[in-house]
Design a protein around this ligand. Structure first.
Ligand code: BV8
Length: 237
C-alpha cells in the first residue's frame, strides 16, 4: 500500500463516515446488522418522525448516546488527529458522524455536518443555541424544555434538513489539493458529491475502506482495507 505523499503547499480535506467508527464498535448504517436494519429512517430520522412520535426518536438517539459514550477512538481517529497536528491549518476534517470519537482522539479542526449526539436544541428552532446534553432519556417526560417552552430535540440533521455550515465546507473543498474520504458508502447527499467537487478542482481524491463506495468514480485512488489498519503510517512528507 503506497504511502500518500503530502508536501507543501498541499491542503488536505478529510471526509469521514460511519466506517471510521466501526472498529470502535459503533454500528454503521447500511450493514446487514446496521442501524437501518433495526429502524426505518422514516420513523427515527426525519422531521415528520419527530412531529409524529418524538418519544421513538429520543429513544433511538438516547441509545446512540449511550453506545457512543461507551466507545473509544481507534487508530484511524488517532492517525487523523496526528496528521492535523502536523499540518495545522492546511488540514480540515468534515465528518458525517454524530459521535465524538474524533474530538476524543484530539481532532480540533473538525465540523459535524450532520450534527452531534452530545447536543440538543429547541424543536421550534426559536434561535436559542444548541446546548451540550449527554443525558440518556428513558421517557419523553424526562426531555427538558427550551427557554421558549418547546421541548428539546436531538441536534441532528434529519433527512430532508439542510446540513450544517455548507458554505464553510464548500470553501474548504475549493481550497483543497488532496481529499481523503474514509468509511462512507457514498449513498447520502450532499456529502456523496464532495469527491466529485474536489476532483473537478484537480485535487487528488483518495477513498479508504474495505469495499468500493457507490461514488467510486469520484476517486483518483482507492486504498482497500479497514481504516484502523490503513491510516496509521499512511502519510509521508
Ligand atoms: C439535503 C445524521 C438539501 C443522523 C444523517 C434522491 C437523490 C439524491 C438525494 C436525495 C434524494 N432524495 C432525498 C435526497 C436527499 C437526502 C439523501 O441523500 N437521501 C439518500 C438516502 C438518497 N439527503 C438529505 O436529506 C440531506 N439534506 O439534501 O438538504 C440540501 C442539499 C445541499 C445543500 C443544501 C441543502 C441530509 C442528509 C443527512 C441525514 N442524516 N446522519 C444519524 O446519524 O442518525 S445521514 C447518515 O447516513 C450519515 O451521517 C451518513 O451521512 C449517511 C450514510 O452513512 P455512512 O456514514 O456512509 O455509513 P454507511 O453505513 O452507509 O456506510 C459505511 C461505510 O463504511 C461502508 O461503505 C463500509 O464499506 C465502510 N466501512 C465498514 N467498516 C469499515 C469501513 N470503512 C473503513 N474502515 C472500516 N473498518
Amino acid at each position: 500500500m503506497a504511502p500518500i505523499s503530502i508536501s507543501l503547499p498541499d491542503r488536505v480535506f478529510v471526509l469521514t463516515g460511519a466506517g471510521i467508527s466501526a472498529e470502535s464498535g459503533l454500528p454503521t448504517f447500511r450493514a446487514s446488522d446496521g442501524l437501518w436494519a433495526g429502524h426505518r429512517i422514516e420513523d427515527v430520522c426525519t422531521p415528520e418522525a419527530l412531529a409524529r412520535n418524538a418519544g421513538l426518536v429520543w429513544e433511538f438517539y438516547s441509545a446512540r448516546r449511550a453506545s457512543a459514550q461507551a466507545a473509544r477512538p481507534n487508530p484511524a481517529h488517532i492517525a487523523l488527529a496526528e496528521l492535523e497536528s502536523r499540518l495545522g491549518d492546511r488540514f480540515f476534517l468534515c465528518t458525517q458522524n454524530v459521535d465524538d470519537l474524533h474530538e476524543r482522539a484530539g481532532s480540533v479542526r473538525l465540523l459535524h455536518m450532520h450534527g452531534e449526539l452530545a447536543k440538543s436544541r429547541c424543536s421550534d428552532d426559536c434561535g436559542h443555541p444548541p446546548i451540550e446534553d449527554h443525558s440518556v432519556y428513558r421517557t419523553l417526560d424526562e426531555v427538558p424544555l427550551c427557554v421558549c417552552g418547546a421541548r428539546l430535540r436531538p441536534h441532528i440533521v434529519f433527512f430532508g434538513e439542510v446540513p450544517l455550515e455548507m458554505d464553510r465546507i464548500q470553501q474548504q473543498i475549493d481550497r483543497s489539493t488532496l481529499m481523503l474520504v474514509v468509511g462512507t458508502s457514498g449513498s447520502v447527499y450532499p456529502a456523496a458529491n464532495f469527491g466529485c467537487w474536489a476532483r473537478m478542482n484537480n485535487a487528488r481524491t483518495v477513498y479508504i475502506g474495505p469495499e468500493p463506495p457507490l461514488n467510486a468514480a469520484a476517486f483518483t485512488h482507492t486504498i482497500t482495507g479497514p481504516a484502523g489498519e490503513v491510516l496509521p503510517g499512511l502519510f509521508v512528507g
